[in-house]
Design a protein. Structure first.
Length: 127
């Protein structure tokens, strides 16, 4: 398993080529090493494109080639701890907990993750 967990907004930004050049190069490298995504991100990514068949195929292929990190009891416990400490949506807490439990840096541009205790984040827009 690589050292990063990719959030859904990072997938969207990558495939829409929204990141600056350094961010795109970084994402190319991370994805080339075999991307890790939470099972929650799998659901989100496969749900957000349903009218553009070409993008749907690209995202579905990306998901199929990704390491899907499933929910295990340690993630549940960490998720509960996160939700008790801060107001955060359950899916986001599961993603954050997944990164923490597996010692992964979360690639995201979503401000909701910032300040979660023990969570390391990286925003490709900042590279």
């Amino acid at each position: 398993m690589g050292k990063y967990l990719i959030d859904n907004n990072a997938i969207s930004n990558y495939f829409s080529e929204s990141y600056p050049e350094k961010g795109m190069i970084f994402m190319d490298d991370v994805i080339g090493q075999g991307p890790n995504i939470s099972i929650i991100t799998e659901i989100e990514a496969l749900s957000w494109i349903h009218k553009d068949k070409q993008k749907e195929t690209i995202v579905a292929q990306f998901v199929a080639e990704s390491n899907i990190v499933n929910i295990i009891p340690a993630i549940v416990a960490q998720c509960v701890n996160i939700r008790r400490q801060r107001k955060i949506k359950t899916p986001d807490a599961i993603i954050a907990a997944t990164a923490i439990v597996h010692s992964l840096t979360l690639i995201t541009s979503d401000n909701d993750f910032y300040g979660v205790p023990g969570l390391l984040t990286l925003d490709p827009f900042s590279l």
